[in-house]
Structures are given as structure tokens and as C-alpha cells.
Design a protein around this ligand. Sequence first.
Ligand SMILES: Cc1cc2nc3c(=O)[nH]c(=O)nc-3n(C[C@H](O)[C@H](O)[C@H](O)COP(=O)(O)OP(=O)(O)OC[C@H]3O[C@@H](n4cnc5c(N)ncnc54)[C@H](O)[C@@H]3O)c2cc1C
Length: 546
Amino acid sequence: MRYLMTNLPMGLGDERNPLGATLAAALGGETGDYAEPVLERLSLDARHKGSIRFLAALSFTTDRNLDGLELPRGAKVEPAAPPVSWDVVPLARKPRVVVVGSGPAGAFCALRLLDYGIEPVVLERGAPMSERVKGVAGLWGEGVLDLDANAQFGEGGAGTFSDGKLTTRIGHPAIRFVLETFVKFGANPRVLYLARPHVGTDVIRKCSVLIRKEAEARGARFRFRSRLADVRFQEGAVAAAVLDSGEEIPCDALVLAPGHSARDTFEMLHRHGVAMRQKAFAMGVRVEHPQDIIDRAQYGPSQGHPSLAPADYKVVCNFGPARAAYSFCMCPGGEVIQCSSEEGGVVVNGMSNAKRDSGFANSGLVAKVNTADFGSDHLLAGMYFQRKWEQAAFRAAGETYGAPAMSVQDFLRGRATGKIPATSFRPFAVPADLATCLPDFIQEQLLGAIPDFDKKIHGFTSRQAILLAIESRTSSPVQMLRGDNGESVSHAGLYPCGEGAGFAGGITSAAVDGIRVAEWIAQKVGAPVFQPFQRNVKAGDYATEY
Ligand SMILES: Cc1cc2nc3c(=O)[nH]c(=O)nc-3n(C[C@H](O)[C@H](O)[C@H](O)COP(=O)(O)OP(=O)(O)OC[C@H]3O[C@@H](n4cnc5c(N)ncnc54)[C@H](O)[C@@H]3O)c2cc1C
């Protein structure tokens, strides 16, 4: 019989022992009593700095009777759930599907449609990877923005220049499918069991291209530099996708997975009366420290142990029921990066390579922006709010694509001395007063939260800590409304999908949503309901997802 043992404590280094021996030590018997042992999950328990350990989950097959065994405190052994099969029968009737966006939502939607024999056209406004990388290098090197090839737009979507953390809070059987797909296309197999799986931007770029090539080999058609400029509707239903060039691609289903930065697309959809609502998000700055400070604070005497990856953190400070400041998208061993996609606006974010070896640690330090903060009932007010502050950051950076920056200590004292600590940010950090590019309510929360974070992460307010602005694209400022069949409640055949539509907040949840939308499209033409998708994940506050 196959079992799953959870919460098995392991000392640092013990995770390298043969799994059979680990099981025999925990459950008795011989190593050979435990067949096909698999490490299913490994999480770090760093609550007690003096005794940092791992907690593991292992599956295995054994004939031994495990009833009544004395287990380590907190550990549990139960029959293992059978794996989910993702096989489906290709459909006889195949709708014409256009997918907008080649990010995780669009790409995984295309892959799943292909399982059903549906061969979609994928429209991507940005450049293919090889050209995109050059565009991004131009921005990070010389400060020149390419509107079709930047950290938001181009092959692989925003996920391409991301940190590649595959953590999510949604909890869904399809997460396994997503992780296995990344592994199939080049991610380290460790992502299958690490509690905080991380791929790294260098690897995720390769995965994105391989996923696209696989989809093309199976019949999908990817069209780069092909922006969805309009939609032709007929009697309230989608009839065709319209490109910039005026070319029309007739379709029965149009999947909208344009990400959170497709501002012109949101405007176009709003003009057509596509049902959407305002959505809260979060905004603030990136904070960066030498990695050493974070390792010391988190690992104490175990700092430097070979089993320990560069340390991360997650901190939150609540100010009543509706206000909170928190860390977001923490990137150990990473870089703060330029993520603008609009002229005259500065946006920062963070990423890291698989090795996480930059020597710096960064994270978004953001405060919740509620819809009431937008200052207008206009559907796109949140988007205009983001733009306004991105433009303020551009001005604070001397009208360049550098990033306005200030030391944490200057920020806390409310005085810009013009001296800033070392940073990984490229093309260049510009000493500035961040008060000029942050709304008052965000500044106040950050000023309240940062000293509190220093109590949790000793050294957080060190003089080597720097803030860069502005972290504004944490999640979508709108949510498109869709019914139980996945279609827009206002327009038949329109399928809002992924982060831009307000149904995801990171790579994994966007990919899962892409798969979910493919299931809905297949069901519309007669596919049986695929059991793992019986459970629909409600759209929540995705701003704290990874
Ligand atoms: C720097 C950075 C770091 C990040 N780090 C992480 C991380 O570590 N972990 C994590 O889970 N998430 C991370 N994210 C967020 C993650 O990348 C997104 O949540 C995810 O990519 C959303 O997927 P998506 O497919 O919904 O949209 P996107 O990935 O944004 O893809 C949308 C695509 O649609 C295209 N598009 C837009 N409009 C049109 C149009 N009109 N016509 C044609 N194409 C269009 C865009 O060019 C884009 O390629 C990070 C994001 C950034 C920017």
C-alpha cells in the first residue's frame, strides 16, 4: 500500500540522506521495507534560530503494518491519494480559439486546448524571446524603453523576467500539472517538492520558449508583435479578434490573458462595455539589503550552512481592518529591475537567477490601495492612479528611466541627504526624495511599518538598506466579470483569464487559470467536466500571493 508521511522533522543536511533510510529511522524496519520513496515536500522551519530544521513529506509503498507506531511529534502517516491523470479525449468539434497573451495564463491555456485537439492562435503584442531580451537589455543598460520588448510585454509575459517563484496561495490540483510542465521544459525537479519553489529568470526564459515550441509543434500558431487592437462583436458575441494592422481573425472564443499592464486593452474593452469592476491592489517601493543581513537575521548561528539557500522573509504590519503594509515578491540573491512599459513612467520590481547569487536581497514593500483610494468611480481609475504615480517617479528620476532612490534611514527621518547605499538596480538609481512620488497614505503606512519590520528582521533599517520607487504593478487594477461557464457576463465567447482579468496574482495561479479557461472552452463544445476543475477558485486578494 502507498502512504504519505507528513511533518517529518529533518536536521539540516539530513535531507541528503537516502529516503529509505530516513523512513526506516522514523518508522522502524529496514531500508528495503520502503519501496519507491518520493520526497513530496520540503519546507524550512526557521522559527527557532538555534534549531533550524526541515519538515518533510514523503510518499512510499510498504507491506508493513504502520498502525499504532509512535511517530515524531506532529508527524502523520496516511494512505496516499492517487495521482491525478491529466489525459483527456480530443474533441470531435473544435471551436476556433484566439488567445491574447503569451504569459503563463495564455501559454498554459494553449497547451491545455491542444490536449483537447483545439489549435489556438496566440497573439502576443511583444517580441519573441531573442528580440525581447535585447529590448530589455537596452532599458537596463542605456535607459531606452522599447514599448514592444520590455519586462511586461513579449514572449512569456511578465513571468519571463520574473523571479520565477512558483509559490501560490490558491491550493489547486492543477498546481502539480504546472510544476511538472516547468520541469519537463527545463526547471530543476526540486520545484516539485520545495515548499517555496523557485525557477529563476534565466531558466524561465528557456522554459517559455520550449513551451511555445512544444505548442507550435502540436498545432498552435504564435504571432508576435501582433497586438489585439479591437474585438468585433456580433449580436453580443465575439466574432473576430482585430489586430493593429486591421487584420481580422474570426473566432468562436477569445481568451483575454493580457496581463495587468495592458492598459490600452482595458480601455478598448471598456469602450465595448465589457463587464469589469475596479479592483484593489498594492503599491509602494522596493527595498534592498545586502543578502548577508537577511541571512544573519533569519538563520542566526546556522547562517552559511550548505543546506540553507539565501534567506527570504515575509513581513506584514496591519493598520486596522482595511490598511496593511507588507513585503511582496521577496527575491533573495536577486536584482531590483526596471519594469516600465509606458513612456514617461518608472516601475520597479525584482527578479533573480536560478543561483540567487547576486549578494543582494530585495522585496516589494507595499501598502494596500483600496478602490476608495482611487478617488473616482471611473472603472479604470485604479489604472490611472498607478500611471499618475509612475509618472511622478519618472519626474523624481530626472525624467529618466532610472529609479528614484533613498536610503531607508533617510526615508524614516524624512530628509533626502542625496546619499544612497549600493544597489543592484540598473540602469541607475537617482538620489531623490521619495515623498514626491508616493501617495501620503502609503508613505504613512511604510513609515509605520518599517521600524516594526526591523524588530522582526534585525538590520532591516541598516544604513545599507535602500528604497527604490515605484512598485505599482503588483496586480491588476480591474477585474473582468465572468460567469460559472468562464465567459464574460456581458459578451458570449469572451473568456477573461489570468492576472490582467483579475483571476490570478502570480505565475502559477495565472497558469492554473489558463488551464481552467481551456477546460471551460472545451466543455462548451461537449467535453465532460474535468474533475479537478469542479472546484473553482474564487478571486481573492492576489497581491500577497508570492
Ligand atoms: C519583475 C517581475 C517579477 C515577478 N516575479 C514573480 C515571481 O517570482 N513569482 C510569481 O508567481 N509571479 C511573479 N511575477 C508576476 C507574474 O509574472 C505574473 O503574475 C504572471 O506573469 C501573470 O501571467 P499572465 O499570463 O496573466 O499575464 P502576463 O504574464 O503579464 O502576460 C500577458 C501577455 O499579454 C501580452 N499582451 C498584453 N496586451 C496584449 C494585446 N492587446 N495583444 C496581444 N498581446 C497582449 C503581453 O505582452 C504579455 O506578454 C513577477 C512579475 C514581474 C514583472
